[in-house]
Design a protein around this ligand. Structure first.
Ligand code: MN
Length: 291
């Protein structure tokens, strides 16, 4: 059995992705016991891939990259210039991912990550599909796989459930996978079991987050059921801890996600706890085979 890739979102450690932030987040992710770090590429052009590559090589940590498209680069827009800007941003993010050796780019890649005030238009859907095909082909050519994150209604008007993501993938007709996140599932899905089974072999990436995005086990997400489902489908992809507090602020991302409260202060304690929590659940679920 392949060892699970247990990762941590870099915003647990730092809100600024300059050289110091990149190095610090890699060292502390490794120290907390994870074997993967997810870098949010809110500014792909400004990300120092050389520094990241060196830090990753020094620790042996693997990396993935993620992105939520901003409003001015929304590939689901009706405006062709905005779609073109989104295409450029996604291409840059794919290239950064490839340069740091990340095998996956995940997140809200299919449209703007924001509170929308109107439903998606037919033209917006078509623009997103057409652009995503080009991005998926480019990504495949440089060895990066794309995973599309399903998020709640306040962060997208496109993919709020796993089944909606599957319909998008059917229209896309490319080897792109679904990225599920327990924080969002807890808001939109029927439960924390069926969506994993629905996605099954199309599931390529998982975020583990609490209902308030704080310490795992202190909110209302049904993690016991979630890990049973991951065990049932034999999921072997990355499982990445995502948590945010006003103790660590990324000026762009934290505000968009509505991180106004201080749910924790000690990143090192939080990270070590999450790493053990996830591994403990995965170990326990393995024994279901003996039942
Ligand atoms: Mn997420």
């Amino acid at each position: 059995m392949t060892a699970p890739l247990i990762g941590c979102h870099a915003l647990v450690w730092t809100g600024s992705f300059d050289s110091a932030g990149i190095i610090d987040s890699v060292i502390r992710t490794h120290r907390a016991g994870f074997n993967l770090i997810e870098f949010p590429l809110m500014d792909p052009e400004g990300f120092d891939t050389r520094v990241a590559r060196t830090a990753l090589a020094d620790t042996g940590l693997l990396a993935t990259a993620s992105l939520g498209l901003p409003e001015h680069a929304d590939i689901s827009s009706d405006d062709d210039d905005v779609v073109a800007a989104g295409s450029r941003m996604l291409t840059a993010a794919v290239d950064v991912a490839a340069e740091i050796g990340a095998k996956q780019l995940c997140g809200v890649l299919y449209g703007a990550m924001k509170k929308h005030m109107s439903p998606l238009s037919e033209r917006g859907w078509a623009n997103s599909i057409r652009t995503m095909r080009q991005i998926a082909d480019h990504a495949a050519s440089v060895g990066v796989a794309l995973a599309l994150e399903v998020v709640n209604r306040y962060e997208t008007n496109m993919l709020n459930t796993g089944r909606q993501a599957l319909r998008y993938l059917e229209a896309l007709d490319r080897p792109v996978s679904v990225h599920l996140d327990t924080y969002h599932m807890n808001i939109e899905e029927s439960d924390l079991f069926q969506p994993f089974l629905d996605c099954s072999d199309r599931l390529g990436y998982v975020h583990i987050g609490e209902s308030h995005r704080g310490y795992l086990g202190t909110g209302s997400v049904d993690f016991d059921t979630c890990f049973k489902a991951l065990g049932r489908i034999g999921y072997t992809g990355p499982i990445v801890f995502e948590s945010f507090s006003s103790a660590v602020v990324s000026p762009s991302l934290s505000r968009m996600l509505g991180i106004w409260r201080d749910l924790w202060q000690d990143s090192d304690h939080l990270g070590a706890h999450a790493n053990q929590y996830i591994r403990g659940h995965l170990d326990a679920v393995q024994t279901i085979a003996l039942h």
